[in-house]
Design a protein around this ligand. Structure first.
Ligand SMILES: [Zn+2]
Length: 379
């Protein structure tokens, strides 16, 4: 376990040159010693929650795939909200029409502490993002007085409208620039349309409300959005789908932390992952990357706090262990920390110096072991 305070040392600017000098000392080892990392090999990189989190500090909870709750103690912003995790073998072989599981959703929401939800941001309309969104909003809305925003594409809206009509939320198309950012409490939210990860499945868009029991094949992607969430000095980049942006990311994107999707990367070659890393992580000078969308999208969500290594990696059409490693490898040769969220545990997020101003890595850097195992030494 590793505390975020140690993961995000508040370096002063005078350390910038020392940091760069330290980076120059990073050197790859012979590939001969490289091996496939298992999920448990990343255990030293799992973030640990401190005893207490100062009021007002933004904290995150991870519930698997790219479902993530951001909370500043007053307001909560949810990404996706996918809890039901239906078995796709059943859904495909029997032409079944899985539907959101109200019991699973309710228990997960209680476990997550979703009580002050203001907005749900949805990456795209595939089932592993948009399946439960409407049900989560309606369940949260019952306990609140304020209406909840649903932010996503028209396809996402049509998934939600298949579940509840008339709309029980305020639909909001993503705002596409920092200047037009949506204010939700003290959060400011804007979006960038970025490509979906490489996949032949579920392409196209959803052009009218789905029925209440759509087939799993009806969840067509529609446009995919990455979201920038700002709060005070903190900037968070939610990047759920693994593909680099069509154009250079706006210069305003300078995140303190990126929640980086790795789904579907397992089948891509190393150069794809390296370009992804360069265009999303290095170009934004982000100091901290937390991989998401690596766990088994069909494994029932357990409500006990789980370390990532207890979750199964996704193997549906993709070996997530390989995808993770493809992203982890360039991190070993970068001034960027990779860390993992435990499930359901509150982790504080803090602004931090950009990667280019980081301290040199130390002997006790927890990335040293996993990096060495894949043939890269941090010196
Ligand atoms: Zn997708």
């Amino acid at each position: 376990m590793f505390t975020l305070a140690r993961a995000l040392p508040r370096a002063v600017c005078t350390m910038a040159l020392a940091g760069l000098a330290g980076l120059a000392a990073l050197a790859p080892l012979a590939e001969a010693g490289a091996r496939q990392l298992q999920i448990r090999d990343y255990d030293p990189l799992v973030l640990d929650s401190p005893q207490s989190i100062p009021p007002g500090q933004v904290r995150a909870r991870f519930m698997g795939v790219s479902t993530l709750l951001l909370d500043d103690g007053k307001d909560q912003i949810l990404l996706d909200g996918f809890f039901s995790r239906p078995d796709l073998g059943d859904a495909v072989l029997t032409l079944g029409r899985p539907k959101p599981d109200a019991g699973v959703i309710r228990r997960a929401m209680v476990r997550t502490g979703i009580t002050r939800l203001r907005a749900v941001l949805v990456a795209h309309a595939h089932h592993d993002h948009a399946f439960d969104t409407a049900d989560v909003i309606v369940a949260a809305d019952r306990a609140q007085t304020r209406q909840i925003l649903l932010v996503g594409s028209a396809s996402v809206r049509n998934v939600a409208l298949g579940r509840y009509r008339p709309e029980r939320w305020i639909y909001q198309a993503p705002r596409l620039s920092q200047a037009a950012a949506l204010a939700v409490g003290d959060f400011r939210i804007w979006a960038i349309e970025t490509p979906h990860s490489p996949s032949r499945l579920g392409r196209g868009s959803i052009d009218g409300p789905l029925g209440p029991r759509p087939s799993i094949f009806d969840y067509k992607s529609g446009p995919n959005f990455s979201y920038v969430v700002e709060h005070g000095d903190l900037q968070i980049l939610l990047y759920p789908s693994a593909h680099w942006p069509k154009a250079v990311l706006p210069r305003e994107v300078r995140p303190d932390v990126i929640f980086l999707g790795v789904g579907n990367l397992g089948g891509e070659d190393d150069s794809f992952a390296e370009t992804y890393w360069r265009r999303v992580v290095r170009d934004t000078d982000a100091p901290l990357v937390i991989p998401v969308h690596w766990d088994d999208i069909q494994q029932p969500l357990q409500l006990d706090p789980r370390l990532p290594h207890v979750a199964k990696p996704n193997t549906f059409l993709d070996d997530a262990r390989k995808g993770l490693q493809k992203v982890f490898r360039p991190a070993c040769a970068s001034p960027v920390d990779v860390r993992f969220m435990p499930f359901f545990v509150e982790i504080p997020l803090a602004s931090a110096p950009p990667a280019s101003a980081r301290f040199p890595r130390t002997v006790s850097d927890p990335m040293r072991g996993p990096c060495a195992a894949i043939g890269v030494a941090l010196r």
